[in-house]
Design a protein around this ligand. Sequence first.
Ligand SMILES: C[S@@+](CC[C@H](N)C(=O)[O-])C[C@H]1O[C@@H](n2cnc3c(N)ncnc32)[C@H](O)[C@@H]1O
Length: 257
Amino acid sequence: MRRGLAGALLDLKSLPARLADPARRREPWAFVHNVGDGDYVVVGAQLLGNLKDYAGLKPSDRVLDIGCGNGRVAEQLAPFLRGGSYVGFDLSKAGIAACRRRFAGRPHMAFEHLDVWNGEYNATGRMPEADVVFPAVDASIDLAFATSVFTHMRMPGLRRYLAESARVLAPGGRLAFTAFALTQDRRASEVFAFQPFDETSMIIDPRSPERAIGHWRPALEAAVAGAGLTLAGSWNGAWAPPVQYDGGQDLFVAVKA
Ligand SMILES: C[S@@+](CC[C@H](N)C(=O)[O-])C[C@H]1O[C@@H](n2cnc3c(N)ncnc32)[C@H](O)[C@@H]1O
């Protein structure tokens, strides 16, 4: 309900852009599935740019979008991928339905719904995050990415998603994900007042821990290594200074040997 109302406000803000530009009238409504603040096109383009600049995204890549929401990055990827392919999955039935409608007739863009439990997004979901199997066969993906998804997951589920990423990545494949990587110097900011939760993480809302979860950086790095991935780089996002790249959350890129 809270996310839906916040989504309705975003929809109101988007009205001028929708009225001014006919191409934007087909954008999904945030009250149906709210993937967060900001202009749908501007944020999507920023995320695509970061995948190109930091994770080496190429038009020929086979891409997996973990928690694709309502297609904010898919919208940018559809014209970019030439020779490549895309599969996105999400726990939101409405988000996936909207994507399937919008990308119908584009065979290189596929979308899967998984009824995964998440306290913030799908509290009635039947599948625990720790049991999820990604919709891709072993070693079939060049670039997997999760933008603003691990920031809603506790560590056991996150470890599973890292292991699944390692399974589906081809040798040399990359995983890009965003996180709130907590350190003693960067563990709260004006907007994100993180408070203690468990030994690996902090949260902002005890009534809904999955609303935003920060993970202690050493635990995050250990989870990446535990999944058999090698951390290639990480960059601080604008949520807490000092900022090292053009993104809100911290960006991590890991590689499968
Ligand atoms: C803030 S939105 C970001 C959506 C999309 N990645 C983007 O950047 O536009 C978070 C998304 O993660 C999805 N999500 C949360 N937990 C998930 C999980 N365990 N498995 C798959 N999707 C999940 C939500 O349904 C939501 O679409």
